[in-house]
Design a protein around this ligand. Structure first.
Ligand SMILES: [Zn+2]
Length: 84
């Protein structure tokens, strides 16, 4: 009778452990879909508009460009050169 109890307990522990493993695998599968979204977001980042400096025609992202009164410039020096 004692062995039957131990056997039953062992089966219950194994069953619970496998259930946990299965649910954690399912969680990992659920966690996977956001990854491709993050990749597609990273692919969208270089879509920043590229502008050319009005003085030296160097191409740079609009976020790094200096926007002056008469155009777009790569540096403060070129903005001053063009606009005085
Ligand atoms: Zn320039």
């Amino acid at each position: 009778m004692k062995y039957l109890l131990i056997f039953g307990l062992t089966i219950a522990v194994i069953w619970l452990w496998q259930g946990k493993r299965r649910s954690s695998i399912a969680d990992k599968a659920k966690a996977r879909p956001p990854k491709p979204q993050a990749k597609s977001h990273a692919r969208q980042l270089p879509a920043t508009e590229i502008v050319a400096c009005d003085v030296c025609s160097v191409h740079l992202p609009q976020t790094e460009a200096l926007i002056g009164g008469h155009g777009v410039y790569c540096s403060e020096a070129h903005r001053r050169q063009a606009e005085g």
